[in-house]
Write a protein of this length. Sequence first.
Length: 275
Amino acid sequence: MPQRTAPGPPVPLPVAHDAHPPRSARDDRRAIRAAVRRRRRAEAAERRGAGARRPRLVLTAVLGVGVLLVGVPAALAFGPVFPVRTIAVRGASDALAAQVRQALAGELGRPVALVDDAQVAAALAAVPAVERFTLVRRPPDTIELVVVPRTPVAQQRTASGWAQVDAAHVVVSTAPARTTLPVVTVPQGADRPAAAYASATAALAALAGTFPAVSDVTATSPDDVVLTLAGGLRVRWGGAEDGEAKAEALHAALRSAAKGATRLDVSSPGVVLTR
């Protein structure tokens, strides 16, 4: 008969452990709250990032518009795109306008925006008939000069003919023969010749556009101006003061002066002397 082996001690069986122990309701609530907090933090971080990017985008857009509005026109104006091709002149005769354009020929081809008033004034120094001017830039290719010409009020003999001069004693033009303008003479050795010339032209201004016409003016000093009228009558005018009163006194004296008078003295307009 087969032999029986005595049974040994019982072998313990392995106990199965659950990898995910059951979660309680409290654990679930905690997990949900943690997930909500993580989501909120993520959304806040996203909003902060978007807020930081928005000013940069706005600044970039503003800078881009500025470049378009300022940079492009400036590049065109100061570049070779808008060179001066036309010089327009207003307020001057055809002859004077031609002189102005010739004096400013050096501005042709320069960008319109770079034409400088000081440079134009320096160029127009060669045209003494221009008293003052206004420069107007008219893109794309034109500069315009609005000119105020000098007005000659007298003439003076020179070595080369007759010079027409204005009240500032600037030669406006010259002519080979005497014109209809009054002749102003400031003799050699005159006291303060510049002031004497100013007194002479002040007398002419006081009588401008009135009768009688003045043919000659002699000024030996600022206070000793003598006029010679077209008919030969000599009038002692005196200084530059009281020009309007002296003009009225002269007109009144001419209406009532004794026949054959050759001299009048209106230097003190309240007391007119006749000779």
